[in-house]
Design a protein around this ligand. Structure first.
Ligand code: FES
Length: 148
């Protein structure tokens, strides 16, 4: 029995159960590991290729390994004007990764996002969907340090 068995079993028999299972797995692991994909395919009685197809069809699901903390930099115009680019460079330099990558220790993944509707406090980043406002270099260092 793997770590995913309970999650997958709890979604069995439901309409769209495999999608629900993938959501729950991603919520816990921040991505859908290959082992979970295989197990889901077996449980839901579909070929692995089809399970993979489901997991890659939805942009909010990821089959790529991602960090415990997913940092997203807003790249829409108001944040851009407020210095998002410079902040992004700072993050890349501190973490030693580029956008779309994950740190070797599996802690951080860096991604971009469109406006999240908080343009009154630009630039904005989110960490595991929690927004941080008016981020500057000093604040960024504090935020990253708080990620244990
Ligand atoms: S443009 Fe960044 S939150 Fe709106």
């Amino acid at each position: 029995m793997s770590n995913y068995t309970d999650i997958i079993a709890s979604c069995q028999g439901k309409k769209g159960g495999i999608i629900e299972a993938f959501h729950a797995i991603q919520e816990q692991y921040n991505y859908i590991p290959e082992e979970a994909l295989k197990e889901a395919a077996k449980h839901f009685g579909i070929p692995e290729a089809q399970a993979y197809g489901v997991a890659t069809f939805y942009s909010y699901l990821s089959v790529e390994k991602r960090g415990r903390y997913i940092i997203r930099m807003c790249e829409s115009a108001p944040c851009h004007v407020a210095g998002a680019d410079e902040l992004l460079k700072e993050m890349e330099s501190i973490l030693g990764i580029k956008v779309g990558e994950t740190t070797a220790d599996g802690k951080f993944t860096l991604e971009l996002t469109e406006c999240i509707g908080q343009c009154q406090a630009t630039p904005v980043i989110t960490i595991n969907s929690e927004p941080h406002f008016d981020v500057n270099k000093a604040k960024l260092a504090e935020i990253l340090a708080s990620c244990k």
